[in-house]
Every structure is written in C-alpha cells, then in structure tokens.
Design a binder for this molecule. Structure first.
Ligand SMILES: CC(C)(COP(=O)(O)OP(=O)(O)OC[C@H]1O[C@@H](n2cnc3c(N)ncnc32)[C@H](O)[C@@H]1OP(=O)(O)O)[C@@H](O)C(=O)NCCC(=O)NCCS
Length: 180
C-alpha cells in the first residue's frame, strides 16, 4: 500500500528491529512513554506478533486493531514509523510515531492522511479520536493540519490512550454524547 512518498505494510514481528531503534530514542518517547520501562527487543517482537493476531481481551466485543509499519518508498528503506488504530464500534482511537530523523518533512501528515482513507474504507463511519500530551507541540500541529477538533476531555469516550491532563481531539464536526 502506497502514498506519494511512503509504503505501508501490516505490522508484524519482522518490523521490531527497526522500530526498536526508534522506540529507544528519548525524543520519540518524551510524550508517549516518558517514565515507563523500555521494552527489550524480544518483548517488542512478542508484542508485534500479538498485535498481528488482534485483540486478546477486548474491552468491548466490537474491538478491532489496525497496525501498520511505515517505510519510505525508496528501495530497501528501513521502517521509519508506525500507525495504530483501535475501533470500538462507532468510535476509535488513532496513534502515530515516526523516528526523529523523519520529522519536519510532512511525512507524518502524509501517513495519517493515508491512514484515515484506509480506515474509512475498512471501518466506514467510525469517529476517530486522538489524545495528546499538552506539551507535544508537533503532535498538536499535526492534528490541527489533519482537521481534528479539540474536545473538552470530559466529553471523551472510554479512550484507552488517555492520561490525566491529555488534550482530546476528534476527527468530526459532530461530537456525539459519550460517557467516559
Ligand atoms: C508527532 C509526530 C508524528 C509529528 O511529526 P512531524 O514530522 O512534525 O509532522 P508532519 O508530518 O505534520 O510534518 C510537519 C512539519 O513538516 C514540515 N513540512 C515540510 N514539508 C512539508 C510538506 N510537504 N507538507 C507538510 N509539512 C511539511 C512542516 O512545515 C512542519 O514543520 P514544523 O514542525 O517545523 O512546523 C512526530 O513528532 C513523532 O513521531 N513524535 C514522537 C511520537 C509522538 O509523540 N506521537 C504522537 C503521540 S500523541
């Protein structure tokens, strides 16, 4: 699967080695796992094997997982990042990361634009949410460019990625009523 500059493939254990290097970079972890223990390469391989087979203990029966590795279109490109989405029926959550070497080039925007097209085809009508640490300026700018709208966090659905103080965004003009 391709966009202008990027190649996407379903995430499996073969992507763990490249993503391990990215996921042990402090700048990448700053807002996604600032204090948590870094996974070992073996743990990351096991996690990606599990992700490839879908939810084991879904929080609701309709839970679906989508995970993609991102490469540049250039021949023999390493994996440069990862896209995630989890849907829970009418709504879902997205997450994204790129290695720092690929920031500031519009590639996350391109990847997320492609991701929403992919998700709209795979899961039509799902309303997509994102949660962001308030200091994560790059991610905030990206969501704005993608036309996400900020919503008061008290209106969020049961977002699994929400940490206290996060800002919440939704890709829709129409925010339905949810109970967190
Ligand atoms: C969040 C993250 C994906 C954003 O990446 P990014 O490269 O800044 O995002 P974009 O693809 O939108 O690129 C935008 C930048 O590229 C520049 N750019 C260059 N060419 C461009 C083009 N053709 N189109 C759009 N932007 C372009 C923009 O001017 C902008 O630069 P600026 O940030 O200096 O203003 C990245 O910082 C990241 O992976 N962070 C770590 C993980 C993380 O925090 N994930 C999100 C958790 S909520």
């Amino acid at each position: 699967m391709l966009s202008k500059n990027l190649h996407f493939e379903p995430l499996t254990a073969v992507h763990a080695d490249d993503l391990f290097a990215i996921l042990t970079t402090p700048s990448v972890l700053a807002f996604i796992n600032p204090t948590g223990r870094r996974p070992t390469l073996e743990e990351l391989r096991a996690e990606y094997t599990a992700r490839a087979s879908g939810p084991v203990a879904p929080i609701i029966p309709a839970e679906k997982w989508f995970n993609m590795a991102i490469r540049l279109k250039a021949p023999s490109s390493k994996v440069i990042g990862r896209l995630e989405a989890t849907s829970y029926g009418q709504w879902g959550e997205v997450a994204y990361l790129l290695g720092q070497a690929w920031w500031g080039k519009g590639l996350a925007f391109e990847a997320m634009h492609w991701w929403h097209d992919y998700l709209a085809a795979a899961m039509p009508g799902v309303q997509w949410w994102a949660t962001v640490h308030p200091d994560n300026q790059r991610s905030l700018r990206l969501l704005t460019r993608l036309r996400y709208k900020e919503v008061n966090s008290s209106q969020r659905p049961r977002l699994q990625s929400y940490d206290l103080g996060d800002r919440c965004f939704v890709l829709s003009n129409h925010v339905r009523e949810y109970t967190a």
